[in-house]
Design a protein around this ligand. Structure first.
Ligand code: SAH
Length: 357
């Protein structure tokens, strides 16, 4: 049965379903889910992420990891965990940058949390080819990883793929925006459900989002880092304050696609509410750094200097590619401002690189 047929049968039997359930099925259904059935990344795919644009992105995350490892007291072993590692490019570049600090690289036990069998194969290939000396273990969820060593967690464009719910303000109360049947297809409908936003009032028709899945992962991260000591770096597109707004989008072939057509065939994402993440980390007793913008964070870590070094003595075609890639990461008109960076860490770590300005 196609995912559309499964969704229609479910809605016919149970009534309209929340956007959270729709996103979870479309993205991660074991048989027909978007991430389960394809490699969505790159020019030939549906979207391009920062590590696929420039090696400098993963390298700066490697430098950040090395600095945090030193702030942790240079432990002889630590867990370097990545959530949703895509093609493994970020981790490959970060581990290469760690070669500048061999004791840190040697101390890393790499754990990757990935649900897509196809992307796992890409990660295996990238890391097996470039870092065959390092132990890498794959998991389908964070809770499968032992909480036994100091931990550094990286999540780039992971939280935006987690399911959200949407609410519409109608005649003085919040109604849930759900998905119901529309002849042979699907349509948005509004229902009364528990769990509405705590925001008192808004203009008629305003949309708000709640992100219970993101809060739950953040809380798990907070507990883990609180227990083992360490830090977590979250990079994603999103906003610094929780507010009104509809950020649900479907992306296919580098452009917007209709959300309810061809379920499972397009990426579905929502902007990350960094205020919400920060509140969860604080409630777990951790320090919160940022959010800052991706442009500022990368610049503070020395992305410009790294680019100059990479370009030195190279021919024009190569220097043009490097500076173009860096510009896409830093430029406010590209990813520089929309993408935010937040870290959370055990309280005793002090200021973290990239967050001091
Ligand atoms: N971080 C990578 C890839 C971003 S795409 C990059 O920057 O290039 C999102 C990634 O998260 C993919 O690897 C996808 O398979 C994974 N993913 C999405 N939902 C997930 C979930 N619920 N559990 C684990 N991995 C998930």
């Amino acid at each position: 049965m196609s995912l559309l047929a499964t969704l229609k049968a479910t809605i016919a039997a149970e009534g309209p379903i929340g956007i959270d359930r729709y996103m979870a099925l479309c993205l991660t259904d074991p048989v027909d889910g978007y991430y389960t059935t394809r490699d969505p990344l790159g020019r030939a795919g549906d979207f391009v992420t920062a590590p696929e644009i420039s090696q400098i992105f993963g390298e700066m995350i490697g430098l950040w990891t090395a600095a945090v490892w030193q702030q942790l007291g240079s432990p002889a072993a630590f867990r370097l965990i990545e959530l949703g590692p895509g093609r493994g490019t970020l981790m490959m570049d970060a581990l290469r940058a760690l070669k500048a600090l061999p004791p840190c690289r040697a101390a890393a036990a790499v754990d990757l949390v990935e649900i897509s069998p196809i992307l796992r194969r890409h990660q295996q290939e990238a890391l097996g080819r470039h870092h065959p000396d390092l132990p890498v273990v794959w998991h389908t969820a964070l809770d499968a990883i032992p909480s036994d060593l100091p931990t550094i967690i990286i999540a780039n464009e992971f939280f935006d793929a987690l399911p959200i719910r949407q609410w519409v303000y109608r005649s003085g109360s919040w109604k849930e925006r759900c998905i119901g049947l529309d002849g042979s297809g699907l349509k948005f409908v509004e229902t009364t459900s528990p769990g509405e936003p705590q925001r008192p009032g808004a203009a008629e028709g305003s949309i708000m989002e709640t992100a219970a899945a993101a809060a739950s992962v953040a809380s798990e991260i907070g507990q883990r880092v609180g227990h083992t000591g360490g830090a977590c770096l979250v990079i994603d597109y999103g906003h610094c304050n929780s507010d009104i707004g509809d950020s649900l989008q479907a992306i296919s072939r580098h452009g917007y696609a209709p959300i309810l057509e061809n379920p499972g065939a397009a990426d579905l994402t929502a902007h990350v509410d960094f205020a919400n993440l920060g509140q969860v980390f604080t409630a777990e007793g951790l320090a919160v750094h940022g959010p800052t913008t991706q442009g500022r964070w990368l610049s503070e870590l020395g992305a410009g200097t790294r680019a100059e070094r990479l370009m030195k003595g190279r021919e024009h075609a190569v220097t043009a590619m490097i500076s173009q890639g860096l510009r896409r990461l830093l430029d406010p008109m590209a990813m520089g401002t929309l993408f935010k960076v937040m870290a959370t860490a055990s309280n005793d770590l002090g200021p973290l690189p990239g967050f001091t300005a």
